[in-house]
Design a binder for this molecule. Structure first.
Ligand SMILES: C[C@H](CCC(=O)NCCS(=O)(=O)O)[C@H]1CC[C@H]2[C@@H]3[C@H](O)C[C@@H]4C[C@H](O)CC[C@]4(C)[C@H]3C[C@H](O)[C@]12C
Length: 323
C-alpha cells in the first residue's frame, strides 16, 4: 500500500509513502535537461525539463516511482492491482508505456492543465521494461501548486479524474474512493455536539471525539479517508521547516509499522516517505530506519548535463546524542 499527498503552504510540497515488503534498490535520481530520453513507441526527448525523484536505474534508464520537475509539477505511481488494464498500441495516438509515463509527463509539461490536455491522446501500452522488470499495475497522481488529477488506465480506457483531496492511495478506483468520503462528512476537528439526545447529559470526555469513526486500519480505503482528514485539516506555518515537518506528519498518519500487515512470509512497511518542495526542487526523505530528514537539492547539480546523478538512500538511524 502507498499514500501520496500534495500540500501547499507558502510553497508546494508533493510526496508519498512507499509501502512494500521488498526494495528494488531505489535511489534519489536527478535527470538533467539533456539526458536523452528514449521512448519505445513515441518520439525521443533530447532536451526536456529536469527531474528529481526516487527511481531504480536499470540499463541507464531511470524507472521513477515518484518525481517532480523543475517547473513544479509532481507525479507518483501507486499500486493498482486488479484494476490497472494497459492496452495494445493505438494507431495514430500517443503510445506511452507505464514505466515511461513519469518521464514523458514531467519531461514535457509545466502544469497539471498542460498534462491533462495532452492525456486526451495517450494510450498506456502493455509493453514491459524488461524480463527483470515486468509491467507494474499502477495508477498515478499528478499535482502542481493549484490542483491534482488522477490517471487510471482501466478496462474502459484511460480515465482522468480531478482530485480535490490532493491524496491518492491504492484500490478501489479513484471515483469509488472519492465517493466513500461522503460517509465521513460528519467528522470534525471540533468537539462533538450532542445531537443524539440533547435532553440527556452526555459527556465529551476526551479531546478528539469529533473524529470518532475515522478509520485507523491500514487498508487502502481507510488510509485514503485518514489521509484526507489529516491533509484537509492540516495547519502549518509557512517556513520550510514547519512545512516539511507538517508534511511528514501527514504521511505519518498512514505509515505502516512492521508487523501490522502480513504479506506472504513477511510484512509490508513504509520503506521511505518523501516530501519534495516543488518550487525549490528539493527532495526530502526519511526511510523506515532513518527518521532523520535527508535532502537532495536538484539545483546543486548541473541541470544542463547529459548524465543521471544518483544518491543512495541514507538508510541507518541517525541518533543525535545529547550527552
Ligand atoms: C509497488 C510500488 C507501489 C507501492 C504500493 O502502492 N504498494 C502497495 C502494495 S498493495 O497495493 O497493497 O498490493 C510501485 C511504485 C513504483 C513501482 C516501480 C516503478 O514503476 C518503476 C519500475 C517499473 C517496472 O515496470 C517494474 C519495476 C519498478 C521498479 C516498479 C516496481 C513497483 O511496482 C513500484 C515500486
Amino acid at each position: 500500500m502507498c499514500t501520496a499527498v500534495s500540500y501547499t503552504t507558502q510553497d508546494h510540497y508533493f510526496g508519498r509513502n512507499l509501502d512494500l515488503e521488498i526494495s528494488y534498490h531505489e535511489t534519489v535520481v536527478v535527470t538533467p535537461r539533456q539526458f536523452p530520453f528514449e521512448f519505445r513507441r513515441t518520439e525521443p526527448l533530447s532536451s526536456h525539463h529536469a527531474i528529481i525523484g526516487i527511481a531504480t536505474v536499470s540499463e541507464g534508464y531511470p524507472l521513477y516511482y515518484d518525481a517532480v520537475n523543475e517547473k513544479g509539477l509532481g507525479m507518483a505511481g501507486l499500486n493498482f492491482p486488479g484494476s490497472a488494464d494497459y492496452k495494445p498500441e493505438s494507431p495514430g495516438g500517443t503510445n506511452v508505456t507505464p514505466f515511461e509515463f513519469i518521464p514523458w509527463v514531467l519531461g514535457r509539461f509545466a502544469s497539471v492543465d498542460e498534462a491533462e490536455e495532452a492525456l486526451a491522446d495517450v494510450t498506456l501500452v502493455e509493453i514491459p521494461f524488461s524480463e527483470r522488470f515486468p509491467l507494474s499495475p499502477l495508477h498515478w497522481i499528478i499535482s502542481d501548486k493549484s490542483r491534482s488529477i488522477v490517471v487510471e488506465s482501466v478496462k474502459e480506457g484511460l480515465r482522468v479524474h480531478d482530485n480535490p483531496f490532493g491524496v491518492l492511495t491504492n484500490n478501489p478506483p479513484f471515483d469509488m474512493q472519492a465517493f466513500r468520503i461522503n460517509d465521513y462528512v460528519h467528522l470534525s476537528v471540533d468537539p462533538p455536539e450532542n445531537r443524539l439526545a440533547p435532553g440527556i447529559p452526555l459527556e465529551t470526555y476526551s479531546r478528539g471525539m469529533g473524529a470518532i469513526g475515522l478509520p485507523g486500519d491500514l487498508s487502502s480505503a481507510s488510509r485514503f479517508a485518514k489521509a484526507v482528514f489529516t491533509r484537509v485539516n492540516s495547519v502549518a506555518g509557512s517556513s520550510e521547516s514547519e512545512s516539511i515537518s507538517q508534511f511528514f506528519h501527514i504521511l505519518g498518519s498512514v505509515a505502516q509499522q512492521r508487523g501490522c500487515v502480513r504479506v506472504g512470509d513477511g510484512f509490508e512497511i513504509t520503506i521511505y516517505s518523501s516530501c519534495c518542495n516543488t518550487d525549490r526542487g528539493i527532495y526530502y526523505y526519511t526511510t523506515y530506519e532513518n527518521s532523520q530528514i535527508t535532502g537532495v537539492d536538484m539545483h546543486k547539480e548541473d541541470l544542463d548535463a547529459t548524465e543521471l546523478v544518483s544518491f543512495p538512500l541514507v538508510m541507518g538511524q541517525q541518533v543525535s546524542m545529547q550527552n
